[in-house]
Design a protein around this ligand. Structure first.
Ligand SMILES: NC(=O)c1ccc[n+]([C@@H]2O[C@H](COP(=O)([O-])OP(=O)(O)OC[C@H]3O[C@@H](n4cnc5c(N)ncnc54)[C@H](O)[C@@H]3O)[C@@H](O)[C@H]2O)c1
Ligand SMILES: [Zn+2]
Length: 408
């Protein structure tokens, strides 16, 4: 047997090479892979008005942009709301900026809503369109739609060629104030949320607030649960702002809603960019505050409860739990703060009770799923106060049951 001469242990850039020292000739190559991504998010109004440069400017750094191709996918909820006018406007915009934009290869209307995350059809379609139109890794999938459609299209875009450039144009409140900021893409399987997916940073995100006008009331309001979530975690002043404007937001006043959507997006993005763990290697998941129960309620309801509504309910459960913890030790969420949170969620027009909270055995299975997903050790964020999250690793199920009973 020929054995290569031993290599000296050396540090080249970050790569540490440790030569074999054992009888199995085990060579160690240890390095840190630190890819840097730019994550660009824009908020605007009237993205497809020819005079609005926001969309065109996203492509400015690519000198070969006019030779690139783009497949555009539109959520059918959006397509129904705007009719043919949307496609006409989109094509006119691309034509007006032809030298600074990719060429549209095809515009496809695709189903939207949580149903598209229940199987692989939409992902498969994206992969097929990438192949059909020879979308290379420098070309684009442009997705216009709600968070569910963006998640499924994002997953297809992440796996075709191991990742083509994805431009997201989120069209719901929840997609603009949270989902489209995320670096996660995925679909549901085995009755479990986001069981299959991939981390991938989008090429760019463009939020057009005028596209929110056609949302059904319930979909519009549902998105503010994620703003409440991030405010409770990070920013008591922001929570107070939401509280003060809750009725105007629920009445769809854009002057009240827009700053909240934008601030929520910024806080989500800050956490992802500055939190030190964008691809969630650690157990702590602050952005998943309220989500262990939310995901379980969605699944228990056969996805009849929307993600936004489920988050409102999941937040209330964990807030009440944080409040009930005062019976065991000092320094948890006060009665007054819990009352403020309940009132705020109610005034936003979000649900505060659900009969599924009565099935607590089924609900608690959500904790096991979350623990398994995290890698065995449970880490859940609870509140010591508004803006003061704390991580815990065990839950007192008696208190969870007591909180759930009140919310049933
Ligand atoms: N990737 C992430 O980091 C992340 C973060 C948060 C949430 N999510 C996911 O986002 C999903 C929820 O997204 P959502 O709340 O946007 O709901 P959704 O995507 O299910 O959309 C709700 C409904 O609104 C319709 N619609 C969308 N835009 C419209 C418009 N402008 N006018 C009229 N109808 C319109 C859709 O067709 C759909 O029927 C969940 O699956 C959740 O898991 C992902
Ligand atoms: Zn969420």
């Amino acid at each position: 047997m020929c054995i290569a001469p031993p290599i000296q242990a050396t540090t080249l850039s970050d790569l540490v090479v440790t030569p074999p020292t054992d009888s199995h000739h085990t060579l160690l190559l240890d390095s840190t892979v630190l890819p840097k991504f730019s994550h660009r998010v824009r908020f605007t109004r009237g993205a497809f008005d020819a005079a609005n440069p926001a969309l065109r400017n996203l492509f400015a750094a690519d000198e070969a942009i006019a030779t690139r191709r783009a497949v555009v996918l539109i959520d059918d909820g959006v397509a129904r709301a705007y009719g043919d006018a949307l496609e006409t406007k989109l094509r006119a915009y691309f034509a007006a900026h032809a030298t600074s934009m990719p060429v549209i290869a095809e515009i496809c209307v695709v189903p939207g809503g949580e149903a598209v995350k229940q199987d692989t059809r939409l992902c498969d379609l994206v992969v097929e369109l990438v192949e059909k139109h020879r979308i290379c890794r420098k070309s684009f999938v442009i997705a216009i739609g709600g968070g569910a459609m963006l998640d499924a299209v994002g997953f297809g875009s992440a796996i075709a060629h191991r990742g083509v450039r994805l431009v997201r144009l989120p069209t719901t409140v929840l997609a603009q104030d949270d989902a489209a900021m995320g670096v996660k893409n995925g679909i549901n399987r085995f009755g479990k949320k986001n069981f299959v997916g991939a981390f991938a940073v989008p090429f760019a995100v463009l939020c057009d607030e005028l596209l929110l006008e056609t949302l059904p009331d319930a979909v519009f309001r549902a998105g503010f649960s994620e703003a409440v979530k991030i405010a409770l975690l990070k920013d008591p002043m922001f929570f107070a702002e939401i509280e003060q404007n809750a009725e105007r937001i629920a009445a769809r006043n854009l002057d009240a809603a827009s700053p909240v959507i934008r601030r929520s997006a910024e806080l989500h993005l800050r956490h992802i960019a500055d939190g030190g763990d964008p691809f969630e290697s650690n157990a702590a998941r602050p952005l998943d505050f309220g989500h262990w129960a939310a995901h379980r309620l969605e699944s228990m309801s056969g996805y009849a409860i929307s993600h936004g509504d489920a988050v409102a309910l999941g937040l209330l459960l964990d807030c009440r739990y944080s409040n009930l913890m005062n019976s065991k030790a000092e320094g948890w969420l006060s009665d007054a703060d819990y009352a403020r949170i309940c009132a705020c969620i109610k005034r936003l027009g979000l649900p505060t009770h659900h009969p599924l909270f009565a099935d607590q055995d089924a609900l608690l299975r959500g904790l096991d799923e979350f623990r398994e997903h995290l890698g065995g050790t449970l880490t859940i964020t609870m509140l010591r106060g508004i803006g003061r999250g704390v991580e815990i690793h065990e839950l007192d199920t008696t208190l969870v049951r007591a909180a759930a009973t009140e919310l049933a």
